[in-house]
Design a binder for this molecule. Sequence first.
Ligand code: HEC
Length: 103
Amino acid sequence: MPKPGTRILITLSAMFAGVVAARADVQEGRRIAERWCAGCHVVSPQQTTGTEAPPFSELAYRFDFRSRPLGEILAGPHPAMPAMQLGRDDAANLTAYIRSLKK
Ligand code: HEC
């Protein structure tokens, strides 16, 4: 049984973690995209070369990511990706970034 003070601290950090997770970070999403997805997808207006993979600016319109979250899309058939574990925060940040490409 933790001391009452400890319990308050635990509660507060849990709340803080919730706030951080809820606020998806577009810039972080862009960094992840440039690191993990840019090898095949054109992920930003600044990127000039890509493959047959659809540009992210197009994916922004093709998916709303509500009915089908990004994590689920990537879990389905998708060309071999470099070994990566897409955490929940990563997926949220990537989603926020892709959405931000809508004009
Ligand atoms: C090895 C190359 C490669 C990498 C790396 C890659 N993709 Fe793809 N991706 C593709 C190709 C090719 C397609 C088109 C596949 C198709 O139309 O069946 C695609 C399709 C997609 C789609 C659309 C899927 C659908 O059902 O239409 C999404 C969303 C997507 N990629 C997201 C990502 C994200 C996010 C990353 C980085 C975490 C990533 N991809 C990394 C090659 C890649």
